[in-house]
Design a protein around this ligand. Structure first.
Ligand SMILES: Cc1cc2nc3c(=O)[nH]c(=O)nc-3n(C[C@H](O)[C@H](O)[C@H](O)COP(=O)(O)OP(=O)(O)OC[C@H]3O[C@@H](n4cnc5c(N)ncnc54)[C@H](O)[C@@H]3O)c2cc1C
Length: 418
């Protein structure tokens, strides 16, 4: 009898897991019944939402970052486009708005959501004086707000952590600087980056580097500030700080999925309690987490979801074969950070090793440079969209980029001066 594997969530984490599992099962001549359940028939390339507000070439409209999900699902994976309503790990069932499905193994990749309503006054200002770019529609609306902006105080506010792609708001600040200079109103604009963190990044070497870039571009930073309320002219932070604005760009608080909490698998915020090395649920057997909805201590990023999918498929096949899952995940994350003026920085890190300077993926040769601003990194960021559609989602191998982080090419000496 076929083994039933259900993958919940049709974002990058779920799609890569289902496609890769199908490939490996075929290779091993293993008969699996793989179902991918999700309710997004249109898939969004989320990194593109950073560029939409600036109407960068190739990012002028939603059609530039969205494609039909079905076209990325491998033959042999059944795509169930329905809304999931409950997970029962005792009965090993998933209930959707249409049916109840039984599983032998379950992979949960439900992502996370932004909560505009959780900040006092934000909903009232949303789409008016307060804008965002963490959803496709808000990113399009922000493009219009930026076009109408005539200078003044531009605040870029991260309300709370954790958020998806923690560097995206800093990238937004760099791109806003470039955009306002081109429009000739940079000298009439004060850009302030407001964050609940102690700096621009969580880990010191990269924090120092990004803080230097912000200063160089005349972008102010206000740290340790959790957003508590918004009016049409000011924001108030939990530490008592009030800041005036003319245009506010907010990254609203994030939360995981109620389904995870209701199933007893969550950490209280909708993120699955996950063993950070095996990526198994610590609350239920035969359940794995992939991507933003896990509570492992690494970035919530597409690259992470992709590396985790590789680990989960490996461990799932081990368990199906009657063996124990391996402690293989290392929190590997990598990301291009756009710094404006056709340059970008690349970071590559994991649970234990913070982003360091050096070369990637090959030592000495690179060609990409770690924690250094280069044009080639910017071209890498632009090329990533094609890699995403053509290699990542179909679960094709990405040359020279491994599931686990490598130390080769990295300058360990940078750690001596932290
Ligand atoms: C502005 C921005 C820029 C970014 N830039 C980068 C970058 O440069 N590099 C990078 O690596 N990452 C980047 N990211 C982060 C990256 O996009 C996310 O980390 C990634 O998409 C997470 O994938 P996921 O599969 O875990 O979750 P998601 O992509 O959120 O997928 C979850 C899926 O589950 C489905 N789902 C949820 N609940 C239900 C339900 N009840 N029933 C049915 N289906 C459901 C949803 O419809 C969705 O399709 C960026 C994110 C943003 C917002």
């Amino acid at each position: 009898m076929d083994i039933n594997v259900i993958v919940l969530g049709d974002g990058i984490g779920g799609i890569v897991t289902a496609n890769l599992l199908r490939k490996k099962a075929q290779r091993d001549r293993l008969s699996l019944n793989i179902r991918l359940v999700g309710n997004s028939p249109v898939h969004t390339y989320q990194p593109g939402m950073l560029f939409l507000p600036f109407r960068k070439p190739g990012y002028r409209d939603l059609s530039d970052i969205q494609k039909a999900t079905q076209q990325f699902i491998a033959p042999g994976v059944e795509y169930v486009c329905e809304t999931i309503e409950a997970i029962d790990t005792d009965q090993r069932t998933v209930t959707t708005n249409e049916q109840t499905l039984r599983y032998d193994w379950l992979v949960v990749a439900l992502g996370c959501r932004t909560l505009v309503d959780s900040i006092d006054g934000l909903r009232e200002q949303w789409g008016k004086t307060a804008q965002g770019f963490y959803t496709p529609d808000s990113a399009m609306q922000l493009a219009v707000a930026l076009e109408n902006f005539e200078g003044g105080n531009l605040l870029i506010d991260v309300a709370e952590t954790p958020i998806k792609c923690p560097v995206a708001p800093v990238e937004f600040a760099f791109l806003a600087d470039e955009y306002l200079r081109k429009r000739g109103i940079r000298n009439k604009t004060r850009i302030t980056y407001v964050t609940p963190m102690g700096g621009a990044f969580t880990r010191p070497v990269c924090d120092r580097f990004l803080t230097y870039l912000l200063k160089e571009k005349d972008i102010y930073i206000t740290t340790d500030s959790y957003l508590s309320s918004v009016t049409d002219k000011t924001i108030s932070c939990a530490n008592g700080r009030d800041l005036e604005y003319d245009l506010l760009v907010v990254i609203p608080p994030h939360e995981g999925s109620d389904l995870i909490e209701d199933a007893g698998l969550g950490d209280g915020l909708g993120y699955g309690r996950t063993d950070k090395q095996t990526l198994k649920s610590v609350k239920a057997e035969r359940v794995f987490f992939v991507g933003d909805n896990s509570n492992v201590p690494t970035s919530k990023a597409g690259s992470v979801a992709h590396f985790q999918a590789e680990v989960v498929v490996h461990n799932l096949l081990l368990e199906i074969a009657g063996k124990d899952a391996e402690a293989y995940a290392d929190g590997h994350a990598n990301c291009f950070i756009e710094t404006g003026n056709s340059k970008a920085v690349l970071v590559d890190f994991n649970y234990d090793i913070q982003p360091l300077p050096g070369k990637f993926p090959l030592p000495v040769i690179g060609p990409m440079s770690l924690l250094t601003e280069t044009r080639l990194n910017h071209l890498g960021k632009l090329a990533f969209k094609h890699v995403y559609w053509n290699l990542l989602l179909p679960a094709r191998p990405i040359p020279l980029v491994g599931t686990r982080m490598k130390m080769t090419g990295k300058d360990r000496h940078a750690l001596d001066i932290t």
